[in-house]
Design a protein around this ligand. Structure first.
Ligand code: PMP
Ligand code: G9A
Length: 401
């Protein structure tokens, strides 16, 4: 009925397999290894309740009111402090912008920057909801292979030189340097600095998505690329979804103040401002040290769950499968024998009571047909084992047909 009335951009929208699977498996007897849901045991429920009570007692007139588009000033100042914990310094509140989850930041930033045909570098694989947000802008994707060390920078430099020799300029690179979604990879500091040098040499922007920056549970979490950015070339985003609660729908951007002004102009037309109450809750959670004090527990829970999943994969997956060993984040990415199409196999897995995200959605060109992303943060440990067993049985049956 509405097809003929839809805008061109709307026709480019693609569904999120993650969101669809959340809907499909909700309330069903299926062990979901699909969505990257935080473990509810990591939510500081009592502390949030106390904060909400205090806010509504002392600041209801502001916390329930319209507030500034860029974010509440006091909160933006607290975000400067939280970002300092991640190693980002030399900024003030004029460089900080608050969004409805970092997903809103993704959508806004791509819409502010990208024109049809712009050359955009992405990792292969990368976060599928970022690809979907970019697709409506109809860019030209340049995909860079993700190795165990993160994006292959030799391949990157080669492809950029090639683009330049053909008169093509690269607009930006979208990169997840720490505990990457879906691959789980983490770039070392040397490669982060090298990537920034390449961006400066060829004059393109870096969009650094640091959604899991606080969730490295093995070794140190290297400083974000933004920490080395002296030119204002890096647009940095992060989120409270993994360190406080995703239902608060809170993310933030750190960028040159001129870009923040562009975001303010854009967001006035989207939703006026980010929910005031959520901002007040997160601000108090930072001030009271609740986030900082909860991080060790979150990291311990996810490291233990990662170990349970990796052990189960070793036991139940076929020998010719391979998979990542993430040092942080919430996911393992697996490559299965070439004959398997994980998108086609999903229905059979669901019938056996397990869900995962087919890997091809994480590739700009929908390649990776034999790959899958499996989540370890949400299911209980015993469900992780049973889910991987069901998945292993599904794969072995697929291989036998
Ligand atoms: C890499 C990445 N970026 C952004 C997001 C969006 O998260 P949110 O909107 O909850 O901040 C996610 C959520 N899983 C993610 O994995
Ligand atoms: O699983 C992911 O990567 C994203 C989770 C957020 C969502 O539920 O869409």
């Amino acid at each position: 009925m509405f097809e003929r009335f839809l805008s061109t951009e709307t026709k480019y929208l693609r569904t999120s397999e993650i969101r669809d699977l959340l809907k499909l498996t909700e309330g069903k007897n299926v062990i979901s290894l699909a969505g990257g849901l935080p473990d509810p045991q990591t939510f500081p429920v009592e502390e949030i309740k106390k904060i909400a009570d205090d806010i509504l007692l002392n600041s209801a007139d502001k916390a329930l009111q319209y507030t500034a588009t860029a974010g509440i000033s006091e909160f933006r100042r607290e975000l400067v402090n939280l970002s300092r914990l991640r190693g980002i310094s030399g900024i003030d509140e004029r460089n900080v912008f608050v969004t409805v989850g970092s997903q809103e930041a993704l959508f806004m930033i791509f819409n502010i920057l990208l024109d049809p045909g712009d050359n955009v570098v992405v990792e292969a694989p990368t976060y599928l909801a970022a690809l979907n947000a970019m697709r409506t802008r109809k860019p030209n994707f340049i995909s860079i292979t993700v190795t165990e060390m993160g994006p292959d920078l030799d391949e990157l430099e080669r492809k950029i030189k090639d683009a330049h020799s053909n008169g093509k300029k690269v607009k930006l690179m979208y990169v997840i340097p720490t505990a990457q979604n879906p691959a789980g990879t983490t770039m070392n500091t040397e490669d982060r600095k090298r990537l920034l040098e390449i961006a400066s040499k060829y004059d393109f922007l870096i969009f650094e998505d640091d959604a899991y920056g606080f969730l490295v549970f093995e070794g140190e979490s290297p400083p974000p690329i933004k920490a080395f950015d002296k030119e204002g070339r890096v647009i940095y985003t992060s989120t409270f979804s993994k360190i406080l609660a995703p239902g608060l729908r809170l993310g933030w951007v750190i960028a040159h103040e001129d870009f923040i002004k562009e975001m303010e102009l854009y967001k006035q037309n989207v939703d006026l401002h980010t929910p005031s109450l959520s901002q007040y809750i997160a601000m108090e959670a930072i001030r009271r040290g609740i986030i900082q004090n909860n991080l060790p527990k979150i990291r311990r829970v996810y490291k233990e769950k990662r170990d349970v999943m990796l052990e189960a994969i070793e036991t139940y997956f076929p020998n010719d499968a391979r998979w990542t060993k993430p040092v942080g984040g919430m996911f393992v990415f697996a490559w299965l024998p070439q004959k398997i199409d994980t998108t086609k196999m999903l229905e059979k897995a669901l019938q056996r009571g397990v869900a995962y995200v087919p890997g091809s959605s994480f590739y700009a060109d929908y390649s990776g047909k034999n790959t899958m992303r499996i989540n370890f943060s949400f299911p209980k440990k015993e469900e992780l084992i049973e889910g991987i067993k069901r998945l292993g049985d599904t794969i072995k049956h697929e291989l036998s047909t």
